[in-house]
Write a protein that binds this ligand. Structure first.
Ligand code: ARG
Length: 566
């Protein structure tokens, strides 16, 4: 819409005391009123006139100046309507010119945004929470990339902690197994559960695990460290399979262990700010002056060991020093709200002015039907199985709908995995989600398959046009007045991206793409594209082409493929 908003803003600025950048244009609640609206309330005070009077005067003054844009006052609003031929011509030209980069801008000016995402814990199956973090974080990254930021995706894997002492000791005791190579996460999980059980009978196991972790923490590069490295490598190999299916990659895979050597200096730095105290032998930062009732941040336990928070502080300082980020986003579940509040509160107590740049991008819980039975020890949901089931069910649907589809297996993977991803992104991220298999994979409703299917239908029209050699005529854009709903949706995409980036909220993109699909499908049921007057067919085909491009672009931002046939 910028191509229309900019002249409107310029003109309004010339007739009011407002600077251009302060002129906010809205989408009218009722589309029949116009494409853009300017509310006059804020001017009432300075102009000492009632908003409807101001609106009427402005509509009159501005109306004549804007080429191809009509202005009319309705109550306290000036409503603007773009002439339909101009709307079609300019939206189609812009999308055609930008293609796969449609919506890209240089807002970010290359400033760095760090995104801490996924960050599963080694030697355990990746949880549904980590899946959400991965999917939301990667979408946020793509949005920010499109806005011209330099983004850094960091996988802050949980590869440190006393549980690794147990695992190393368990491998020592019961040896390596074949499964360790073929199915490492299951093998490690089994070792962990067994160690836990036998430890209850025989306390010497706990002692042994402690000794192993101590050796690990001491930094000695011996057999214990070698085992830990092996566990890490095997687990990452498994996680990578899921990342590959989701099409996600990281600029840095840097686990908690990386910060081990920096923990002393991190603690010293916080001590030097004069905000630490010793409480029951532990080193803490009192945070009650920042917010009432917020518990202190624990930096070192009385036995001298450090904590998750200590390692996160070290990582944060390190990131700040390395990148001077404009934002550092932590895409982590709502259950860690307190943790990130504490991190930020420590920065605040240290008087660091970059504290507001650190954001906890939290999200609600996703409950899988399988998850409900997984509480017992060792009973866990394997994400790979969830993705496999989604793929298999997508394949069954595709085989029923389109038995001769070439490359059906690959498309089923795109649709199945896409369905799971889309389901994760379709609501505001702070909301909890109940995962319902039938709903997620449905080709109708607010689903990934629905959006992909809409795209594939458009692609099929384009294919048929090419086969019939239609669409070569000079398009009559004025004939697209009935497609204004589709065109306006497409035109709003750049603004949607900006807002989604500011809020780290991929659901703004899902909402947009779903709305576009609804508009497109509504239009398509009422209009024939092929076999019309050549100038009309050409215009409608151009519309179909840019709608397909825009939907594919939305899907790509969200991390879904846009198959041309399904
Ligand atoms: N590994 C942690 C967990 O699974 C998440 C880490 C999130 N990132 C961070 N920098 N704390 O709970």
């Amino acid at each position: 819409m910028e191509q229309f908003e900019n002249p409107i803003r310029r003109s309004l600025a010339a007739h009011t005391s407002l600077p251009e950048e302060q002129i906010r244009l809205e989408v009218p609640r009722d589309a029949a009123l116009g494409d853009l609206a300017f509310p006059c309330f804020t001017l009432a005070k300075t102009l000492r006139k009632a908003p409807p009077v101001i609106a009427a005067e402005l509509a009159e003054a501005v109306g004549g100046e804007l080429e191809g844009i009509a202005a009319a006052a309705t109550g306290p609003y000036v409503n603007f309507t773009v002439e339909r031929g101009l709307l079609a011509r300019s939206v189609i030209a812009k999308v055609t010119a930008e293609g796969e980069r449609y919506g890209h801008c240089e807002l970010g000016g290359g400033e760095t945004i760090v995104i801490d995402l996924s960050s599963p814990n080694i030697a355990k199956p990746m949880s549904v929470g980590h899946l959400r973090s991965t999917v939301i974080g990667a979408a946020v990254q793509r949005i920010l990339d499109a806005l011209g930021y330099r983004t850094l995706a960091i996988n802050h894997i949980g590869d440190w902690g006393s549980q690794f002492g147990k695992l190393v000791a368990a491998i020592d005791r019961w040896g390596d197994s074949v499964e360790m190579e073929t199915d490492p996460i299951r093998a490690l999980l089994a070792l962990y559960v067994r160690y836990h059980e036998e430890e209850a009978e025989d306390p010497s196991l706990a002692e042994e695990a402690r000794r192993c972790f101590q050796e690990l923490e001491s930094g000695i590069d011996g057999p214990v460290r070698a085992r830990w490295k092996r566990i890490t490598a095997l687990s990452l190999g498994e996680f990578d399979k899921i990342y590959a299916r989701l099409g996600v990659s990281f600029q840095l895979v840097r686990g908690e262990a990386y910060f081990e050597p920096m923990l002393d200096e991190t603690v010293e730095r916080i001590e030097a700010a004069g905000i630490t105290e010793v409480s029951e032998g532990a080193l803490i930062v009192d945070l009650s002056e920042i917010a009432e009732g917020i518990p202190p941040c624990l930096l070192r336990k009385s036995d001298g060991t450090t904590l998750y928070a200590t390692r996160d502080m070290a990582a944060l300082f390190h990131r700040w020093e390395e990148y001077t980020f404009q934002r550092c986003l932590y895409v982590v579940g709502a259950d860690q709200k307190l943790h990130f509040r504490q991190l930020k509160a420590v920065l605040e107590r240290m008087g660091l002015d970059w504290e507001p740049r650190v954001e906890h991008v939290w999200f609600g819980m996703l409950r899988l039907p399988e998850g409900k039975m997984s509480t017992r020890k060792g009973r866990v949901v394997f994400l790979e199985e969830v993705l496999d089931r989604a793929r298999d069910e997508a394949l069954a649907i595709i085989e029923e709908k389109n038995p001769d589809l070439p490359g059906a297996a690959e498309i089923a993977e795109q649709v199945g995995v896409g369905a799971v991803v889309f389901n994760d992104l379709k609501r505001e991220r702070i909301k909890d989600i109940e995962f319902e298999w039938d709903e997620v994979l449905s080709f109708e409703g607010e689903t990934g398959p629905y959006v992909q299917y809409t795209h594939a239908r458009l692609a099929s029209i384009l294919r048929r046009a090419e086969a019939a050699d239609e669409g070569g005529a000079n398009p009559d854009f004025s004939a697209l007045a009935d497609a204004a709903g589709v065109l306006l949706r497409i035109a709003r995409f750049p603004a949607v991206l900006r807002s989604a980036g500011a809020h780290a909220e991929p659901s703004e993109v899902t909402t947009w793409v779903l709305g576009l699909c609804r508009e497109v499908n509504g239009w398509y049921t009422q209009h024939r594209v092929l076999g019309q007057e050549p100038a009309l067919t050409a215009a409608r085909l151009a519309l179909v082409g840019v709608a397909a491009t825009a939907i594919a672009r939305g899907l790509a931002i969200l991390g879904l493929a846009a198959p041309r046939e399904m």
